[in-house]
Design a protein around this ligand. Structure first.
Ligand code: SF4
Length: 293
């Protein structure tokens, strides 16, 4: 069976789960990147009912915001349902309510800016094993997520016991299906070229990914490149980090619990955020942050 046929079968299975357990169309998560362009086309080819959903994180590049709007206008004209979810606060406001910047381990921004709208749904996402070795080890074709790690179910093979997964759908609030998980970069790019899909203009500017500007999950090299291309975003991060310090000082003055935040300036936080830890070489993580609030 070709990769495309497998992707279609998985999408149809996801749609069946969405209808059976949540009584609603499948949610196709669209980020504005190449993988999600493929995902939308596969949903169309699969002829299942679906809605295309995008989370406006407030730290996407302007090109991504424009591209999403353009694609959504096109798909709505074709008769497909599209929805943009807006978080209750901007990412910059969120920084002022926390005492640590987001890191690879502490991704509170994903939860508050992206995932808040996707409870009680079956989601179709464009995760692929080729993206990183971590994804190769941790992500599966079908995933039933639970707060407790030991209760999560991840199926890596189409022949695994899907009944196990579907039985859990009713108990858990989020099920994810990744139909192109085993697609190579080449297969994805050939598909895009064959279907003449218009992609995010960021790729023509040298970007390898189109996620949030400065996302801690991206490589250090990529993040420096992004801040070079979008220096105003760096300025916004610095303002956000200053708010973070102000918030910590406010808590201290009010006699509220606060943690051992030993950064003195917004620039100290910036260096930590950019993984330039050598300036804090004498500190341990525990010394830097007692706990996240
Ligand atoms: S910056 Fe990264 S971790 Fe934060 S919301 Fe965006 S994708 Fe998620």
């Amino acid at each position: 069976m070709s990769e495309l046929h497998k992707a279609i079968q998985r999408t149809q299975m996801a749609s069946d789960m969405s209808q059976a357990y949540f009584n609603q169309p499948l949610t196709v998560c669209y980020s504005g990147g190449r993988d999600s362009e493929v995902l939308v086309e596969i949903a169309k080819i699969s002829k299942v009912p679906f809605i295309i959903q995008h989370s406006h994180t407030t730290i996407d590049a302007p090109q991504t915001v424009h591209h999403v709007r353009k694609q959504f206008a096109r798909w709505e004209n074709e008769g497909y349902k599209c929805r943009i979810d807006y978080p209750p606060q901007s990412f910059w406001q969120l920084l002022g309510r926390k005492t640590t910047p987001p890191t690879r381990q502490i991704r509170y921004c994903c939860e508050e800016q992206k995932e808040f709208a996707n409870k009680n749904k079956v989601l179709l996402t464009g995760v692929r094993w080729d993206e990183s070795s971590k994804r190769k080890n941790n992500r599966g074709i079908y995933e039933s997520n639970a707060v407790k790690r030991e209760k999560r179910i991840i199926l890596m093979n189409d022949n695994d016991d899907r009944q196990q997964l579907t039985n859990r759908c009713m108990q858990l609030n989020l099920t994810t299906v990744n139909p192109i998980i085993d697609w190579s970069d080449k297969l994805r790019d050939d598909f895009i070229s064959d279907l003449k899909i218009e992609c995010n203009p960021l790729y023509c500017m040298g970007f390898k990914r189109c996620g949030c500007v400065g996302c801690p999950m991206a490589s250090k090299q990529q993040r420096y490149f992004e801040f070079e291309m979008f220096p105003k975003y760096k300025a916004l991060y610095m303002k956000g980090f200053q708010r973070m310090l102000d918030y910590r000082n406010y808590r201290e003055k009010q006699g509220l619990s606060h943690y051992k935040m030993r950064f003195k300036t917004a620039n100290d936080i910036w260096m930590f955020f950019m993984e330039e830890m050598q300036i804090f070489g004498q500190y341990t993580m525990e010394e830097l942050w007692g706990e996240v609030i």
